[in-house]
Design a protein around this ligand. Sequence first.
Ligand code: ATP
Length: 513
Amino acid sequence: MANQEDKFKKVISHAKEYGYVFQSSEIYDGLSAVYDYAQNGAELKNNIKQYWWKAMVQLHDNIVGIDSAIFMHPTVWKASGHVDAFNDPLIDNKDSKKRYRADVLIEDYCAKLENKIDKEINKAAKRFGDAFNKEEFVTTNARVLGYQEKIDTILSRMGKSLENEDLADVKSLIEELDIVCPVSGSKNWTDVKQFNLMFGTKLGASADSAMDLYLRPETAQGIFVNFLNVQKTGRMKIPFGIAQIGKAFRNEIVARQFIFRQREFEQMEMQFFVRPGTQKEWYEAWKQNRIKWHLSLGMGEDNYRFHDHDKLAHYADAAADIEFKFPFGFKELEGIHSRTDFDLSSHEKHSGKKLQYFDHEINESYVPYVVETSIGLDRMFLAVFSNSLVEEELENGSTRTVLKLPAVLAPTKAAILPLVKKDGLPDVAKEIIEDLKWDFKVIYDEKDAVGRRYRRQDANGTPFCITVDHQTLEDKTVTIRHRDTMEQKRVAIADLKSIINAEVSMKEWLKKI
Ligand code: ATP
């Protein structure tokens, strides 16, 4: 655990030191759970957006993208169910005065049981060596089965109580499990209450005519209210999808864990409209499609898992999360939800406008069903960034810090370094930059010894360092050094573009899906 915490602290400080993420309004001591993306962070974030947009919108001829406004008519949030049901159960500890999400306290308790299971598995794996069969072990070992049964019982009881709004039982569960406040160590809890997560604001100048608005808590509703406009003007035929990337706002009860849970964040969502009755197939298909997108980045299959929901949201008939192994354990990165016709039907009712599709194949009009994929851009950023940060032992006994970002996402693709600041080497380096900058983000660096510059670029996640030396003046070749292997090769300046392109082009990466 201490190790995990250390790793997470390193991630946060590295993000600051290398210009990825800063706390918002830092000179005023910051604003809780709000962050700014710095010069490198903005590039990484943009690259993630493009990687998603290319895969989801441009590579599908039946998916289009929009960009709807953050402000929406207030009735939208009544229709979507957010006014009445977008709540989190909160509980306070009377001694520490700290506020928690009741469901998170219970989930954290279960995560501890999961850690115990992992320990049993590791112990057994050591004991049995090559003969160890994990599948068999977890399905037969009495201790593991005991822990698993306990987890299942707790989560299913919590799911049912939350669904039935039985908040007293959620409190009883916390008491029965002897869950204590991590700060005060006491079990002196208040009752569990519901808390609405939407931020309210006002539109209009005078107090009596002002209209109550909400900052959108998700981007999806901007898609639903535009469903018919897009279908008609784009002449879209079902099945088809509408995607968008944009800001969302939630007044989270507890916002810790850096950019994992913020009050202002970005979502990348796609709503796929299908014929009623086919939603299960599409739900499965999108689960597979999305996990393949994640795996295409090469961040390790073991770092992902699906988690099927026990407690379904008010709009869903099936839902799963893609969880990622963050430095603080497996947590939700993306949600895939089969939303039925809940949203469109509800907007029909509240707006009085028909939101139906005439399906020529079956000669019928209907309200389409929807399968949604919804990923948090900031969580994706954190997944990529934290997974890429490694400390490597080198053969000579020293260590190097490397940010092994997938090259396609790296903010800077290559650094061009003149070996020395004289003899015309900087001029050649700058000429190379002039040529490469049209295709890739590249930077120039002449400060410090070349070894230190390499380390700096390693820590910054730059896949290539290109060094211009005296031989370059004679034969127009340079050394290109690879971040991950540290291998150096002499290559012609004329070949640089294709060498870099082979490793960073989106096409090469997305073809793996
Ligand atoms: P959680 O259970 O972690 O609060 P959620 O189930 O409420 O998340 P959704 O409503 O399904 O999340 O939103 C879709 C995605 O948006 C999530 O998978 C997550 O990546 C992202 N997201 C949600 N809330 C936040 C937040 N406060 N900060 C950053 N990203 C968020």
